[in-house]
Design a protein around this ligand. Structure first.
Ligand SMILES: Cc1ncc(COP(=O)(O)O)c(C=O)c1O
Ligand SMILES: N[C@@H](CCCC[NH3+])C(=O)O
Length: 423
């Protein structure tokens, strides 16, 4: 079987042992299909690279927050990195406890902070002085001490396929500028309801080489020193996520050994427990968006393949001009140069442009690959389209893990009759 869990047998693409046409026949399309074995293997590979150093992998659940996927990772020993009260709720539903949770994000509400403290999360990763003061006040009201980490913005140059997925550069909204750390760790001494337990960073996503990490880690360690100099009992070093996966044919998988070597050295030097927040690395390749060709169209000298999946199902091409490989589920030898487009009323609703593709006809199935991360979690109901179904394949079995939304679900929260309130 291939690394992703998807491979061809007798000319048909399978998810582990399950032919994709069988899944399409059972649940319809569009459908996200995930391979459980791949998720396990990717998690284990990363965990293995960190064997021998105190560490914990906190899966960034924004990449894929399906409960079945989360449960699978929870059973393997993962924690989670969350960014909202909704994700905290999901994490709990999946069986994680507060100790398994690191709470990231630049704009936590008071309600979310309360929820996090009630759940006794491991760390709240703080991204501004104002947030710090708010957490102190919320913790004071509850009579507790909030365990926090400071997210440092190390201000390094990061190369990613798209600017929108860089976070550790100067001038971005994320983290606290490295020059402000000394002042902040001193301020924390005056906040009795804050315990500074960690320093962290997250440089960005889909980072293809270790250079930014090499530049940033020494800056993070300077922050650790500053915190220790103020007498804080620092225990955790959170290096964020960002490991890349190959999307295009000539791209390579992240060099986990190289990554681990650099990060392990920093952990050893400081004696701190490492926290890792990978999302994409663990789930991206394990997922495929299965879609059916609705129509073929020829217009103005161009060929279009119109699918039943659209940008509401997978927004990465529209948002980041992201590349996703597209394959015919059943082998075909003929090819055509075409655009693959969805049914949505936007010119940005495409999955491929001017690409050489299998010459598929209406009714045939396409697999849009490497969509296990930031696929379903970024879906919307735009054009009042129900969300896709999600399916987990494991060996020769498969299970529906999210039902397809129904039209009733789309209007469930709306009030059909206005109830005006007078002020
Ligand atoms: C704070 C934080 N941690 C972890 C991640 C996960 O990143 P990735 O999926 O690239 O591993 C993200 C998203 O970029 C993030 O914002
Ligand atoms: N959502 C992005 C990555 C950003 C991750 C969140 N910081 C993607 O689809 O690649």
């Amino acid at each position: 079987m291939s690394d992703s869990g998807f491979d061809r047998r007798q000319g048909v693409l399978h998810a582990e042992g399950v032919p994709l046409p069988t899944i399409a026949a059972a649940v319809g399309t569009p459908a996200y299909v995930y391979c459980a074995g791949t998720i396990r293997a990717r998690y284990e590979r990363l965990a293995h690279a960190f064997e021998g150093v105190p560490h914990r992998i906190h899966f960034a659940m924004k990449a894929n927050s399906n409960l079945a996927v989360l449960r699978l990772l929870q059973e393997l020993g993962a924690g989670v990195d969350i960014v909202s009260g909704g994700e905290l709720y999901r994490a709990r539903e999946a069986g994680f406890t507060g100790r398994d949770v690191v709470f990231s994000g630049v704009g936590k509400t008071v309600q979310e902070i309360e929820q996090a403290l009630d759940d006794r999360v491991l760390l709240i990763n703080v991204e501004s002085e104002a947030e710090l003061v708010t957490i102190d006040a919320v913790a004071a009201r509850k009579g507790v001490v909030a365990p926090i980490a400071i997210r440092v913005n190390p201000e390094v140059t990061v190369e990613t396929p798209h600017a929108y997925i860089r976070t550790g550069e100067k001038g971005q909204k994320f983290g606290i500028p490295r020059d402000d750390i000394t002042r902040l760790v001193s301020l924390i001494r005056e906040l009795p309801h804050i315990a500074l337990r960690g320093l962290g960073m997250h440089l960005g996503s889909q980072i293809g080489n270790a250079d930014p990490l090499r530049d940033a880690l020494p800056r993070l360690l300077v922050a650790v020193e500053a915190a220790r100099a103020e007498g804080h009992d620092v225990r955790y070093l959170d290096v964020g996520g960002g490991l890349s996966v190959p999307y295009e044919p000539d791209e390579r998988d992240a060099d986990v050994e190289d990554y681990a070597q650099i990060v392990r050295a920093a952990a050893t030097e400081t004696g701190l427990t490492l926290l890792l927040e990978p999302g994409r690395y663990i789930v991206a390749e394990a997922g495929t968006l299965l879609t059916q060709v609705l129509y073929r169209k020829h217009a103005a000298g161009k060929d279009f393949i119109v699918t039943d999946a659209g940008m509401s199902d997978l927004i990465r091409p529209a948002l980041y001009q992201a590349y996703h490989a597209i394959e015919a589920v059943v082998d075909t030898t003929r090819t055509i140069t075409a655009d693959v487009v969805g049914p949505i009323c936007e010119s940005g609703d495409f999955f491929a442009k001017n690409r050489e593709l299998p010459d598929v006809s209406a009714g045939e199935l396409l697999a849009i690959r490497t969509t296990g991360a930031y696929g379903y979690t970024m879906t919307s109901n735009y054009n009042s389209r129900p969300r896709a179904v999600e399916v987990l394949a494991d060996g020769s079995r498969f299970a529906i893990i999210t039902e397809r939304e129904r039209y009733e679900d789309l209007v469930r929260l709306e009030r059909a009759h206005l109830q005006w309130r007078t002020t």
